[in-house]
Design a protein around this ligand. Structure first.
Ligand code: ATR
Length: 285
């Protein structure tokens, strides 16, 4: 009678890994949905990544998340990659197939856009261009998400302009690069401003940005979540702009991965948000 099913094994690979909040989220969901599984942090040095990925099937893993600094390397190592992973050039989720094949996915774009729609139900991509600050891996995912949402124009400003240009070259015609010094002028007529840099995060320099040119109706989204209410979001709120914080992107990117391994699409509940906030308050780094 007994099905004798083994617990489903998943985890997250990074270097270092001790600060990852993913175990907290996935373990919360496993318990909430009464599923028999595990989710563990795995500290893996860059030089060991390939061997560890190749060994996942033998170790009985259903899959893993991939985080800093391995997302781009993992993309080159998987056997197949989904459309988002290919366009972003990075993998944050791996599913181990029955034959041991590694399927790479990227759920960061989903996390970004789902949290935007959830927070601001009436945000539309046709109410002005988007201005994105930064040009790291997160911004690549954000640009893909906004292109897929149907936005007509994206302006990317980054301290190192050539990294922004690379994203524009890779992702096509909707993106134009503006100089970092010109970021404030780029806000005129915008419908969305995204801080995709690490500026404003606990321990980092603040983001220097006047919002004077930004329409009051424009949404302001900061992917920094420690602190949750960044100086940018405070300034935006003070002048009446709708704001979106960075925590929901973290939560929503985790949901499709959990579903792929454990079989249930988990909820981004207020209780989980509070759990994460308490953890971030205790250790904001
Ligand atoms: P991720 O891949 O997670 O997005 P990242 O690649 O480290 O992270 O990107 C951090 C972003 O913050 C980059 O766009 C970086 O600008 P550079 O490409 O010029 O390095 C930006 N950033 C970090 N410190 C900055 C600073 N002091 N001024 C302006 N931009 C900064």
């Amino acid at each position: 009678m007994s099905e004798n099913k083994k617990p489903i094994k998943a985890g997250i690979i990074g270097w270092p890994i001790s600060h990852s909040r993913s175990p907290l989220m996935h373990r919360y969901w496993l318990e909430k949905y009464g599923l028999d599984g595990s989710y563990d942090p795995l500290a893996v040095r860059p030089e060991d990544l390939e061997q560890i990925l190749r060994g996942l099937a033998g170790q009985g893993f259903a899959g893993v998340n991939i985080t800093i600094p391995h997302k781009e390397a993992a993309f080159t190592l998987v056997d197949e990659a989904d459309d988002a992973a290919r366009r972003i050039g990075a993998v944050n989720t791996i599913i181990v197939g029955e034959t041991g094949r590694l399927e790479g996915r990227n759920t960061d774009a989903f996390g970004f856009i789902t949290h935007l729609h959830e927070t601001l139900a009436d945000w539309r991509p046709d109410r002005g261009h988007a201005v994105i600050l930064g040009a790291g891996g997160a911004v690549r995912a954000i640009a893909v998400a906004l292109i897929d949402a149907g936005i007509g124009r994206i302006l990317i400003a980054n301290r190192t302009a050539k990294k922004a240009q690379q994203i524009a070259d890779d992702l096509g015609g909707t993106i134009d690069v503006v100089l970092w010094e010109d970021r404030e002028q780029a806000l005129a007529g915008a419908g969305l401003l995204v801080n995709g840099t690490s500026l404003g995060m606990v321990g980092n320099a603040p983001l220097a940005l006047s919002l004077d040119h930004l329409p009051q109706s424009a949404a302001v989204y900061d992917i920094v979540y420690a602190p949750l209410k960044t100086a940018l979001l405070e300034a935006a709120e003070a002048r009446g702009n709708p704001v979106v914080d960075g925590l929901g992107m973290l939560i929503h990117q985790a949901r499709p991965a959990f579903e792929a391994w454990f079989g249930a699409m988990p909820e981004a509940s207020a209780e989980l948000r509070d759990l994460l906030l308490a953890d971030i308050d205790g250790d904001p780094a």
